[in-house]
Design a protein around this ligand. Structure first.
Ligand code: 1PZ
Length: 214
């Protein structure tokens, strides 16, 4: 069969979703006088996060658990978006109820999804350090940096064991339908776009005097 000259790869779909989201964070030129008080809308955030799911299809069975975890957290936020308009709204309610860190609360799930987005960013960053760097090593370093400090011993052990089952670099490129050049471009674009979003989420907690050590 033939391959079209330009196809939408899974990675480019994710990247574009986060670029669109990052654009929403940029101050609107037209109403500069008044600061945008509402901030990011939950439904916009969720629709970008939903796209990440396609990445999991490339990882194999060992990461089914991570996939289910991630999807469950995003799904909770999608549900929340039916009642709450913005990310700020869910934090404000949990602050009021003192349930920010309570397992299953929207604010806790938002923190987990944010960690997932940051993990992907860190994996991409590691992946691009060298052409011969294995996905396993890239993912292990990224996980150790970004998520391991916040996970239980049992989860960390399972994740490190799962790393051995990750596809090779070439297998990943094949599954993602990317070349060395296109993957670099798309990963860098995701890294750029996700950074302000991650920072924005962190700021929501910090502004409410919630430390980010969990
Ligand atoms: C293409 C690169 C592939 C690299 C794969 C690296 C995968 C790392 C997987 C991390 C699994 C974490 C699993 C479980 C975490 C749970 O302890 C917490 C529990 O939260 P609680 O319910 O206590 O509030 N759950 C999460 O942190 C939810 C989100 C984790 C999933 C992140 C996945 C990121 C995506 C990886 C690339 C596709």
């Amino acid at each position: 069969c033939t391959t079209p000259a330009r196809v939408n790869t899974p990675l480019s779909v994710i990247t574009e979703a986060f670029e669109d989201l990052a654009d929403l964070l940029k101050p609107q030129r037209s109403d500069e006088i008044e600061e945008d008080e509402d901030g990011l809308r939950l439904c916009d955030f969720c629709s970008a996060c939903t796209h990440v799911s396609v990445l999991f299809n490339c990882l194999g069975f060992a990461f089914k658990f991570a996939e289910m975890e991630y999807i469950a957290k995003v799904k909770d936020l999608v549900e929340a978006s039916k009642t709450f308009d913005t990310l700020q709204n869910i934090l404000d309610l949990d602050v009021e109820k003192e349930t920010v860190k309570t397992p299953g609360s929207h604010s806790r799930n938002l923190r987990r999804v944010r960690q997932g987005l940051d993990l992907i960013r860190a994996i991409f960053e590691q992946f691009l350090i060298a052409d011969d760097y294995s996905l396993k090593d890239a993912a292990t370093t990224a996980y150790t940096e970004v998520c391991a400090p916040f996970h239980t011993w049992a989860v960390r052990t399972a994740v490190y064991a799962g790393m051995y089952t990750l596809p090779t670099r070439d297998q990943l490129l094949l599954r993602l339908n990317e070349t060395d050049q296109s993957v670099e471009k798309n990963m860098r674009r995701y890294m750029e776009a996700s950074r302000p979003i991650i920072e924005y989420i962190d700021k929501l907690y910090i502004e409410r005097n919630i430390k980010l050590d969990w």
